[in-house]
Ligand binder design. Structure first.
Ligand code: ZN
Length: 178
């Protein structure tokens, strides 16, 4: 089992933010920087303790996807996230199931990415009374919700997106129903 396997490379499908070379390894994808640039910037950086394991899980996910086993892909992504490789996990979900719903903590707000529908801002404001809700702009394509709305936001996700996959700062999971 090699992480250089073409299917898992396709699954990660991301590039070094400095030189644009494709990234094929869990540590590189998690950092967004390839081994050559990383060495130039930081010298020798030890591999993450779970790097090989995560590369193996990505390979398994690419095989599961080729058999159309989407549930297995999500379980593997959950495992990858638990090992601390959330960027890798998000890539695996995105390559398999399309862009996931995302909630990330940013200061005193949550950055919230969900499928675009017309009038989403007013839907969100109605669902989150007392929260400040703002659009991050065309480039960002995300909503920002004040962190006091944490519980209401999760409840909204459960009513609107049950069964969809969500990626947070630390986890990948399937959104349960209410
Ligand atoms: Zn590079």
């Amino acid at each position: 089992m090699s992480y250089e396997n073409a299917a898992s490379t396709r699954m990660l499908a991301t590039h070094c933010c400095l030189c644009g070379r494709p990234l094929v390894d869990a540590d590189s994808v998690e950092r967004g920087i390839g081994p050559v640039c990383m060495k130039r910037l930081m010298g020798d950086v030890p591999a993450g303790p779970d790097r090989e394991k995560v590369n193996g899980l990505v390979y398994e996910a690419s095989v599961a996807l080729s058999f159309g086993k989407r549930d297995s892909v999500v379980k593997l992504a959950e495992e990858i996230a638990k090992l601390g490789y959330v960027v890798v996990a998000a890539r695996v979900v995105e390559a398999s199931l399309g862009a996931p719903i995302r909630i990330e903590s940013k200061g005193n707000e949550y950055r919230f990415v969900a499928p675009f529908v017309d009038g989403f801002g007013s839907i969100l404001r109605r669902a989150l009374p007392g929260a400040s809700v703002r659009w991050g702009g065309k480039e960002d394509k995300a909503w920002y919700v004040s962190s006091n709305a944490r519980n209401a936001l999760w409840k909204f996700c459960k009513s609107a997106y049950a069964g969809s996959v969500i990626v947070t700062d630390t986890t990948v999971r399937t959104i349960p129903g209410i």
